[in-house]
Design a protein around this ligand. Structure first.
Ligand code: PLP
Ligand code: SF4
Length: 458
């Protein structure tokens, strides 16, 4: 097999992408404009093997990675466009871009501060602990990606608004934390993409966990998009074999290794490189589970999802989550209303065998937990939406159905009203939702229905 070398493209070397010649001048200019505000980076693999350039700019993988005019509201777009046309200074453009970014809800609900655990009174800002079984860990060297998804809710981090205040270098603290909290069975490495790290670096986090022999640690999960954006990580990169040997050390130690692959479109699974990478990962004893958000312009139809789930199962992967879009960045461009999302989910789910129906969704990662729209029903003539916690900040909320007034246009839980004239949803009255996470420094926080960080790729 040839050994391709990873090459990132950003606004700086955009003009060297020969395929972009198929776009109009306006479309190419739009990339420059939107890319000044939202992050843009794409790999040579995505350009050469995934995007169908005959269909660009409407191709789903093109939409997944390349900025489009309508990702910014017209006022914002025009402001940056005018600056670029008159060759404004870099500082002036950045200043305008930062002002616009502030208006794109960069930190839904200030969630950077919530769910941060403590150990012996010390805050651990590179971790999040919300659901008692699972801690999220953000290794500082894994906070970028091989390419950026245009819809990513972590965009503020990639444009330098958040720096790395949300990441940690200390694997030792992770080990101590899991040791001290026996209810934790899962560690989820997340980012960015932890698999942008060299195998050697990742091993400095994972090997101590293996050697630590923690009786409560059952599963290490790695949230990653590398299978779709750079599969050569597992094939021909200089550290590919070393990475797979690290995976083997995990599984041989008796810890379950769950490779949480972010897959948005079936085409990502069609290349020889991706399929070969899947085989090599599975051969280490790891399992691959798949998840993705439902996005207009990318995958908002039932056949795409049914096809994707079938293909995943064919290749030995396990469908896991279908998420809904969050209210940040370019979400107005990608949003699918809740009711429509449920129709797509149901339609896709009804087309596939039970073996594919391990998937759960459509799910909103909101402040109180992961909330699923379970369906639409009519009770005594009143049309309602049936909702359900897949995960709850309080684990007692899980799988207690609750009901909202039917609203065809709502895109998020905070836009829904309780059905049957109730004043609030049951969990909003729960006075102490953090009882089970009482080791955190937080007193019971206000329940927030807005979206929160910590999500799609996990
Ligand atoms: C989704 C999520 C998890 C994992 O939940 P599972 O249902 O176990 O996959 C853990 N922590 C946070 C903050 C999450 O959003
Ligand atoms: S969704 Fe995941 S892979 Fe895509 S840009 Fe965000 S963190 Fe990176």
């Amino acid at each position: 097999m040839k050994t391709p070398k990873y090459k990132p493209y950003t606004l700086k070397n955009l003009d060297s992408i020969s395929q972009l010649k198929c776009l109009s001048d306006d479309e190419r200019f739009a990339i420059q404009v939107v890319g000044r505000v939202l992050p843009f980076r794409v790999s040579n693999y995505v350009i050469d093997e995934l995007i169908d350039w005959d269909k660009a700019p409407h191709d789903p993988i093109f939409c997944l990675t390349f900025p489009q005019r309508n990702m910014l509201k017209p006022d914002h777009f025009n402001e940056i466009a005018r600056l670029l046309v008159r060759n404004a200074s870099k500082e002036e453009v950045n200043e305008a871009a930062n002002r616009i970014r502030q208006q794109l809800n960069p930190h839904p609900a200030g969630q950077l501060e919530q769910n941060v655990p403590t150990l012996n009174g010390q805050r651990l800002p590179g971790m999040q602990h919300k659901y008692k079984e699972t801690v999220l860990f953000f290794p500082s060297q894994g906070q970028i990606c091989h390419a950026y998804c245009t819809f990513c809710f972590r965009w503020p981090q990639f444009v330098g608004m958040d720096e790395l205040k949300f990441a940690m270098r200390e694997g030792e603290l992770l080990l101590q934390y899991v040791k001290a909290n026996s209810e934790v069975s899962d560690i989820l490495f997340t980012g960015g993409d932890p698999l942008v790290m060299k195998a050697k670096t990742l091993a400095t986090y994972i090997d101590p966990l293996i050697k630590g022999n923690l009786p409560n640690l059952k599963t290490i999960r790695i949230g990653t998009k590398s299978l779709s954006y750079w599969p050569y990580k597992f094939l021909t990169d200089p550290d590919a074999d070393e990475l797979l040997r690290l995976f083997e050390r995990v599984t041989k130690s008796g810890i379950h290794l769950a490779f949480m692959a972010h897959v948005n479109h079936p085409r990502e699974l069609q290349t020889a490189a991706a399929q070969q990478a899947i085989k090599r990962i599975l051969a280490t004893g790891a399992q691959i589970r798949t998840q993705a958000p439902l996005m207009r312009h990318i995958n908002d139809d039932a056949n795409t999802w049914a096809d994707m789930w079938r293909k995943q199962v064919d290749l030995g992967m396990i469908p896991y989550y279908m998420f809904l879009t969050r209210d940040t960045g370019a979400q107005h461009y990608f949003n699918v209303p809740l009711v429509r999302s449920w129709e797509i989910y149901r339609d896709a789910y009804s087309k596939v065998s039970g073996i594919c129906r391990t998937v759960r969704g459509p799910s909103m990662s909101a402040g109180p937990g992961k909330i699923q729209l379970a369906g639409i029903a009519t009770i005594y003539g009143e049309k309602i939406m049936c909702l359900n916690f897949i995960q709850g900040r309080n684990s007692d909320w899980v799988h207690r159905p609750f009901f909202a007034e039917y609203d065809e246009h709502a895109v998020w839980i905070d836009q829904l009203k309780p059905a049957f004239g109730c004043e609030s949803f049951f969990f909003e009255n729960d006075s102490n939702p953090m009882v089970e996470l009482s080791h955190t420094s937080l007193s019971a926080p206000a329940i927030s229905l807005v979206p929160e960080l910590g999500g799609y790729a996990e």
